[in-house]
Structures are given as structure tokens and as C-alpha cells.
Design a protein around this ligand. Structure first.
Ligand SMILES: NC(=O)c1ccc[n+]([C@@H]2O[C@H](COP(=O)([O-])OP(=O)(O)OC[C@H]3O[C@@H](n4cnc5c(N)ncnc54)[C@H](OP(=O)(O)O)[C@@H]3O)[C@@H](O)[C@H]2O)c1
Length: 352
């Protein structure tokens, strides 16, 4: 194995703003060779982008974000210093660096090396390539926690996935099918085939007519047990009208109604959403449970995802791959909000 260098190339977030303004490619960023107990040093093969990456980049002030730090969270790589953990040098792994860990340690995945607590990585199954594995952890774990821990989805239930072509939504469809549940999912018409390929039993084109109107006028014969809003709609209407299509003991789970900006119309929608969630039933609320999923690291969940990948129940989804030099173009792609699957950056140009 080649010797680990002292400095590396790293895309660092140096200030708040849009990616082209906030990111700087440094060529002398230190390789974090001093590891704490329980940490491993990973040579990154590929990193994947997530909306949370650019959302925090654009909104969080430097004071709270502990900048500069390396960008992004999801990766695949090779252990180059197992540091006495259960891993060996040369192990192929995938995993993530959550936002709080990134801000604490300044580590991220758009760099050649990162130090990570061993519990945040798992061995990469052989049926998944480094490029595919890079885009798994954050969104798969989000949907795993939404379906298994919050909804406790069962085989004889139906889940409605809003945004079946988002990475979170596509993984939710696959996870729901692995449980044996029925899945109804939305996307625009161009993504119908993709959504059905993930396993959706029924498809609704949300661009054809307003979704809430469609569902209210065509409610399912058996109301949905779970609605999983994998888009993170900021408009609360899908929830506020849900008595018509969500079972009384059902649950509405959102990946987070985060505003795109701090303009008055976005803030008004946030207020309406908060109101819809907190007003008591005697004031006319929906009388359905509302929960937001906020992904948190759980080693057991990562192991479960690894197992589902290895047995083929969970399949990676790659929208596009970009060279390390083209990180800004990769952000341009994710910023379209039209990516179908993960936007992956090859840190090591030789990997598939
Ligand atoms: N709370 C958490 O812990 C957590 C974790 C992960 C993600 N998230 C949030 O979850 C959301 C999804 O993240 P992601 O990474 O999965 O997104 P993504 O893959 O980047 O989403 C892109 C997809 O969104 C679809 N889309 C856009 N607007 C839509 C709409 N109104 N209805 C249905 N589909 C729509 C597009 O499909 P079409 O072109 O067909 O419209 C496109 O395929 C984001 O808001 C993200 O911030 C939250």
C-alpha cells in the first residue's frame, strides 16, 4: 500500500453561500494522521452529494458551522489506518460523516482522506461498486429510520411515498417492498419507469394535477397507513387534507419542511406547517400523527443497510458521476432538484 501523504486535495467550505462561492479547492489540506481511539483513516474513493450539504452551506453562519471544513457526508473508501479497531488496512468500506461530526472534526468526504469513528463505516459488500456505495448511507438510513423506527411499517400495510424519485423516496420504496408492504409513489411522468423499477405498485404523476386534489377526489379504497413525504414539502396541504386518504391511526412522516430561503412566502408556509402540526383537535386539526425524521447515526441501522445491500434488497441508485475537479458542476446538478438518484464525485478517478 502506498505511503499516506501529509497533505491532500480537499474541497473545503470556507464561507456561507452558494457552492461556487462557498467552496475552495485546497491542495495543502492536512491529512488527519493523528487518530483518536476508535477512529480509522479512510482513503476516500468516492463521495456523494446530499441536499443538506448545500442547504447548510447556503444558510448556516460561519460562527455555528466551524468553517473551514471539508464538504459533504456520504462516502466509500479503503481503510489505510485501522488504528486497532476491528477493521484491517485495505478493507473496502462505505459510510458517512454526519453534519455534527463534520462540524466538530472538520472532516468531510470531498477530500482524499478522512478520519472517521469506526462505527460510522461498514464493509462494502462485493456486489456494490465504490461509486454505487458512496451514495447510500445518509438517505438510506433516513428512510430506514422513518419506515422501521417511526412508522414500524408492516407487510399488510400500504405506504404512500411522496417523491419516489428522490434518493430518500427510492430507498423508501425498496425498503417497504423488502418488508412486503404495498407502495404508492409520486414523481413526474419522466420518472415513472424509475419509480416502478424501485418496486412501486402504483404511480401518480404529481405534475398532472394538484396532488392533494387528486388524492381527495380519488381516495384509496383502504386509506394509507403511512405517508412518507420524501420531498420535504414546505406546503402543509398534503398533511392538512390527509384525513381523506390517511387511516385514522396512520402517520405522516416528513423528511423536513425546510425553507429554500428566508423570504416571506417561504416563512409563511413554515408557519402554516407548524400551525397544522401543533393546533389541538378542538381547534380543528387533522387528527393524524405528524412526525419529522431527522437522521441520526445508529450502528445497528448501518449494519441492517449493509445486509440489505448484500442480499440485493437494497439497490444503489446513481444519477451521475463527476470528476473531483468538477465538484461545482456536481453541485449544479443537485441544485436542479431534478437528479434521479445520487450525484457522485469520484475522488479516486480509477474507481467504478
Ligand atoms: N431529515 C433528514 O434527516 C433528511 C435526510 C435526507 C434527506 N432529507 C431531505 O429529504 C429531501 C429529499 O432528499 P434527497 O437527497 O432524497 O433528494 P434528491 O434525490 O436530490 O431529490 C431529487 C428528486 O426530487 C424529485 N422532486 C422534486 N420536487 C418534487 C415534488 N414536488 N414532488 C415529487 N418529487 C419531487 C425530483 O423528481 P421529479 O423530477 O420527478 O419531480 C428528483 O428526482 C430533501 O429535502 C432533503 O433535504 C432530510
Amino acid at each position: 500500500m502506498p505511503e499516506t501523504p501529509d497533505i491532500q486535495r480537499a474541497w473545503t467550505i470556507v464561507r456561507r453561500g452558494r457552492p461556487a462561492y462557498a467552496l475552495k479547492l485546497k491542495t495543502d489540506w492536512p491529512v488527519p494522521k493523528k487518530l483518536e481511539k476508535g477512529e480509522v483513516l479512510v482513503r476516500i474513493q468516492a463521495g456523494a452529494l446530499n441536499p443538506v450539504g448545500w442547504k447548510i452551506m447556503r444558510t448556516m453562519p460561519n460562527l455555528f458551522a466551524n468553517r473551514p471544513h471539508v464538504a459533504e457526508h456520504d462516502f466509500s473508501g479503503v481503510i489505510v489506518d485501522a488504528n486497532g479497531t476491528s477493521y484491517s488496512n485495505g478493507d473496502n468500506v462505505f459510510g458517512w460523516i454526519p453534519t455534527d461530526l463534520q462540524q466538530k472534526t472538520r472532516q468531510g468526504v470531498l477530500a482524499e482522506y478522512a478520519r472517521v469513528p469506526a462505527e460510522f463505516v461498514a464493509l462494502r459488500p462485493d456486489n456494490v461498486t465504490p461509486v454505487q456505495a458512496a451514495g447510500i448511507t445518509l438517505t438510506a438510513m433516513t428512510s430506514y429510520q422513518a419506515l422501521h423506527k417511526i412508522a414500524k411499517l408492516e407487510a399488510d400495510q400500504t405506504i404512500f411515498v411522496n417523491g419516489g424519485s428522490t434518493a430518500a423516496g427510492a430507498f423508501a420504496i425498496q425498503l417497504a417492498k423488502a418488508v412486503g408492504a404495498k407502495v404508492v409513489a409520486t414523481a413526474s411522468a419522466r420518472n415513472e419507469e424509475f419509480v416502478r423499477k424501485q418496486g412501486a405498485d402504483e404511480f401518480i404523476d404529481y405534475t398532472k394535477q394538484p396532488l392533494v386534489k387528486y388524492l381527495s377526489e380519488n381516495p384509496p379504497a383502504t386509506k394509507y397507513h403511512v405517508i412518507y413525504d420524501a420531498v420535504g414539502l414546505i406546503d402543509p396541504s398534503l398533511f392538512t387534507h390527509s384525513a381523506k386518504y390517511l387511516a385514522p391511526n396512520g402517520i405522516f412522516i416528513s423528511t423536513g419542511p425546510l425553507p429554500k430561503n428566508f423570504g416571506p412566502s417561504e416563512l409563511w408556509k413554515v408557519l402554516r406547517t407548524v400551525g397544522a402540526i401543533v393546533i389541538p383537535s378542538w381547534l380543528g386539526n387533522v387528527n393524524r400523527r405528524y412526525r419529522m425524521v431527522l437522521v441520526k447515526h445508529d450502528e445497528e441501522d448501518l449494519k441492517a443497510i449493509q445486509k440489505l445491500l448484500a442480499d440485493g434488497s437494497l439497490k444503489p441508485i446513481v444519477d451521475s458521476t463527476f470528476a473531483f475537479e468538477d465538484v461545482i458542476k456536481a453541485y449544479d446538478r443537485i441544485l436542479t432538484t431534478r437528479a434521479t438518484g445520487k450525484v457522485v464525485v469520484k475522488v479516486d478517478p480509477t474507481v467504478d
